[in-house]
Design a protein around this ligand. Structure first.
Ligand code: F6R
Length: 608
């Protein structure tokens, strides 16, 4: 996730900016840069290596003169990681330098307009349009240029802005991306995250959406876009640096679980326009999409589980055969593939060795490859014919949560997009699904309110020797993911079964006290699940079920029920996984496991 730092004061800015960027390294980044004003001119330093490389190149920043500056760590979204795409970006007359977090959804239109006016772009980023718009609207009044520019932007931004003609003032603006102002003695700061500030000051102002800040070393003024002055009391931050990195949570995993509503919005919002799905830069032509007669989805671990869910969604919406295979198996099969097969390759890191090999195998057999990837410019993104990015930001906990959720959203959107093009589902159903996708974030927020209930459930059962997750249809996919989450971070033996399979062998393992987690929220098959719950209860199992709020039947059969808000059954996995993530987290916590770095596991599995 990108990070911002800005400084104005009586000291050299560059060492403070570089130190702040180092504090933001934990968020993950692929390039970084700073801009400092000295004698009315910008000095800009960038790197596609570590911040330490910038430090080395500038003698820890001491070689860069100037007492006002901005810095940025970039996590690529628009354009590959490179020096030209790294921030800060300059406006076309060189008077503005900016750093930006967020995504400008209408950048393509804005860029086309600016290009038509003869303005040349130096990067592939969405950010650069902002720098050029500031130049375009500047005629001596920086505030006016900022308020005009941001009024044209759609999407999210936290901006740090410098104008070389106003070398004593740092400007900032925000909409749907965090931006904090740090208040010091004869010095002030901006940052995307308190981590970058806590070593300098603990007094901060939290900005709100639609605000512009005008900051000098002695003064901070907040304004609305219309220029009305806003007064706000500072907040005192009691966190230390370690707590600040985790956003005040004890573990990255919990921070990332809680980021899911936000990540889901970031992933769907720019892709839904006028009730239609749109994927920026997708090369797959409508003609090609219509010629596809089979889909194969492949990936590893949780990425594979999103494929299991997507199979049910795609078959419903697209009415063509969908196959899901583990990448490690697929690569050594003799898969029957032709040019009418679409192979969807799912990976958070974009570097998983088995998944990359499966991609190459499918490509060599003539399939069209669509990558669904989180890391821009990763190997899978580069090798695929087409790529749709999940905009989950960097994930630090080894156990995936927010990237899994973002993958599901991209898969739903792709299903809706393809069904619309192929006319394989009713427009009414597709509209309902789009509305339901929009309602997922508040539903997930409401699951967070069950955290205490889930925590006490975990406290009562964290010593369970082993556990079975069961479910049907989409709930089977969620059972697989819930089971993996639990086992990988708590080291408890956990297996997922399609509920109908129990009686074909597994039920012999059910005995008194055995915990069975029965996912029963998929309404079309709830009756079948009730029978499965009865079967295991009759053999002494302790059943924890999930179900939709308002359905009291499950409580008659199960020992405990976790109720989740109702959503369309095809989108159920997005809501139902959340209590399971929380359960896994607390079971691991009570077992004193290393939650963010479980034993024997790595975040990116680049070996076979
Ligand atoms: C589980 C988990 C792994 C990954 C798998 C694939 O929590 O994180 O199962 O899903 O290693 O990784 P990517 O998505 O990077 O290809």
């Amino acid at each position: 996730m990108c990070g911002i730092i800005g400084f104005v004061g009586n000291k050299k800015a560059a060492p403070i900016l570089l130190n702040g960027l180092e504090r933001l390294e934990y968020r993950g980044y692929d390039s970084a840069g700073i801009a400092v004003i000295k004698n009315g001119e910008f000095e800009i330093e960038k790197t596609v290596e570590r911040i330490s490389a910038l430090k080395e190149a500038t003698q820890n920043g001491e070689a860069v003169k100037g007492e006002i500056g901005i810095g940025h760590t970039r996590w690529a979204t628009h354009g590959v990681p490179s020096e030209k795409n790294a921030h800060p970006h300059l406006g076309f007359k060189g008077r503005f330098a900016i750093v930006h977090n967020g995504i400008i959804e209408n950048y393509f239109e804005l860029k086309s307009e600016l290009e038509a006016e003869g303005i040349a772009f130096a990067s592939e980023t969405d950010t650069e349009v902002i720098a050029h718009l500031l130049e375009k609207y500047y005629s001596g009044d920086v505030f006016g240029a900022i308020s005009k520019t941001v009024s044209l932007l759609k999407g999210s931004y936290a901006l740090g802005i410098l104008c070389s003609e106003q070398p004593e003032t740092l400007y900032a603006a925000r909409n749907f991306s965090p931006l904090i102002i740090g208040l010091g003695e004869q010095e002030n700061f901006i940052a995307s995250d308190v981590t970058a500030l806590v070593s300098h000051t603990k007094n901060v102002l939290y900005t709100k959406d639609g605000e512009i800040a005008v900051i000098t070393k002695n003064k901070v003024d907040l304004f609305s876009l219309k220029g009305e002055k806003i007064s706000r009391e500072p907040t005192f931050i009691s966190w230390n640096v370690d707590a600040a990195e985790k956003g005040g949570f004890d573990h990255f995993m919990m921070k990332e679980i809680k980021e899911q509503p936000d990540v889901i919005v970031k992933t769907f919002e720019p892709r839904i326009k006028n009730k239609e799905v749109f994927f920026e830069g997708l090369k797959l032509s409508d003609e090609k999409l219509k010629s596809i007669n089979r889909i194969i989805i492949t990936g590893c671990g949780s990425a594979y589980h999103t494929g299991v869910v997507a199979k049910y969604v795609f078959e419903e919406l697209l009415k063509i055969p969908v196959e899901v295979d583990l990448a490690s198996e697929f690569r050594y099969r003799n898969p029957v593939i032709d040019k009418n097969t679409l192979v969807m390759v799912i990976s958070q890191s974009g570097e998983t060795a088995d998944t990359l090999a499966a991609l190459k195998e499918a490509k060599s057999r003539g399939a069209y490859i669509l990558g669904i990837v989180n890391v821009v410019g990763s190997s899978i993104a580069k090798e695929a014919d087409d790529v749709i990015y999940t905009w989950a930001g960097p994930e630090i906990a080894v156990a995936t949560t927010k990237a899994y959720s973002a993958q599901l959203i991209v898969l739903y959107l792709f299903g809706i997009y393809a069904a619309e093009k192929r006319k394989s589902a009713s427009a009414n159903l597709l509209n309902i699904l789009l509305d339901e996708i929009r309602s997922l974030p508040p539903k997930i927020e409401s699951v967070f309110k069950m955290e205490d209930t889930i925590k006490s459930l975990a406290k009562r059962h964290f010593k369970m020797g082993s556990v079975f997750f069961i479910g049907r249809n989409i709930d089977y996919g969620t059972a697989m993911e819930g089971s993996l989450k639990l086992k990988e971070i708590s080291y408890i033996n956990s297996e997922a079964y399609a509920a109908g399979e129990l009686k074909h062998g597994t039920i012999s393992l059910i005995e008194k006290g055995k915990i069975v987690i029965a996912l029963s929220a998929f309404e079309p098959l709830r009756d079948k699940m009730m029978s499965n719950i009865k079967e295991v209860k009759a053999r002494g199992a302790f059943v924890i079920a999930t179900d939709i709020k308002g359905n009291s039947e499950t409580h008659k059969e199960a020992d405990e029920v976790l109720y989740i808000p109702k959503t369309h059954p095809l989108l159920l996995a997005s809501v139902e996984i959340v209590p399971l993530q929380l359960f896994a987290y607390y079971v691991a916590l009570y077992n004193k496991c290393d939650i963010d770095k479980p034993r024997n596991l790595a975040k990116s599995v680049t070996v076979e």
